[in-house]
Write a protein that binds this ligand. Structure first.
Ligand SMILES: [Mn+2]
Length: 245
């Protein structure tokens, strides 16, 4: 049985996705979970609590800054962990401390918590020039919308091959990787994303990997949702990834 963790914090979104702290209760409705101790107005202490209380399993946020502390925990246990991220944004604008939802990839790489060759970004399409420079300088493997559009199966083959190299795989899903038509309830909408069906295709293959140890799902915002579409797709993502095969 997969263990579930709930992190109801939007502090790391810097006010850009207030309301996403309400998502875990809705997404994990009817599921047993461990509740991480979130300290109001204190991102640093919240991050420490996440690091101390979280372990292998499925973590539902919350904003994307939670990945920083969750991945750190995995990196403490394994020598060669990898980080596969589905996101419209590369989340590596600054080296901001404590890391927020726009910077955590930058901080994980700079602090060598993750090897730069062990990071894979999928679905990025809203990229700051600073971020593009960071990705290129560090030779981070990424699949933007153009590369994805060519042949999604071939892209998935490459991701699977790379992911098998890691002794532990962390899979992070920012709901904004989906096109806003499929997930309108989030803080930073970016047109031209994956369809739900395309994301499920990736997840159905990735879930087969034996080294998959930790998963997170972030940035779902019930306050910005329309007819529960986004919460609905988030619930389906949890189902797809926890189905016994
Ligand atoms: Mn993100």
């Amino acid at each position: 049985m997969m263990k579930f963790y709930k992190i109801d914090s939007s502090q790391g979104s810097l006010g850009k996705n207030n309301g996403c702290e309400k998502a875990p209760d809705l997404i994990l409705d009817g599921v047993n979970f461990v509740k991480i101790n979130v300290v109001k107005n204190n991102l640093e202490e919240t991050n420490d609590n996440i690091f101390n209380e979280v372990d292998e399993g499925f973590i539902v946020g919350g904003d994307h800054s939670i990945t920083y502390s969750c991945f750190r925990k995995l990196a403490r246990k394994y020598k060669n962990p990898g980080l596969v991220i589905f996101d419209a944004h590369p989340d590596c604008v600054n080296d901001f401390r404590p890391p927020c939802h726009e910077d955590f990839v930058n901080v994980l790489v700079n602090d060598k918590i993750v090897k730069k060759e062990n990071v894979i970004l999928i679905g990025i399409r809203d990229i700051d020039p600073i971020e593009m420079r960071f990705l290129q300088e560090n030779k981070i493997l990424f699949f933007d919308d153009k590369k994805l559009f060519n042949d999604i199966e071939e892209v998935c083959d490459v991701i699977m091959e790379n992911s098998r190299r890691f002794d532990a795989l962390y899979l992070s899903i920012d709901i904004d990787v989906l096109d806003p038509a499929f997930a309108p309830g989030t803080g930073n909408l970016s047109p031209g994303g994956l369809s739900s069906k395309e994301l499920f295709y990736f997840l159905r293959r990735l879930r087969l990997l034996k080294n998959l140890k930790m998963i997170d799902l972030v940035e779902v915002n019930p306050d910005k949702d329309i007819n529960g579409i986004t919460v609905g797709v988030a619930k389906q993502i949890v189902k797809e990834l926890t189905l016994k095969v």
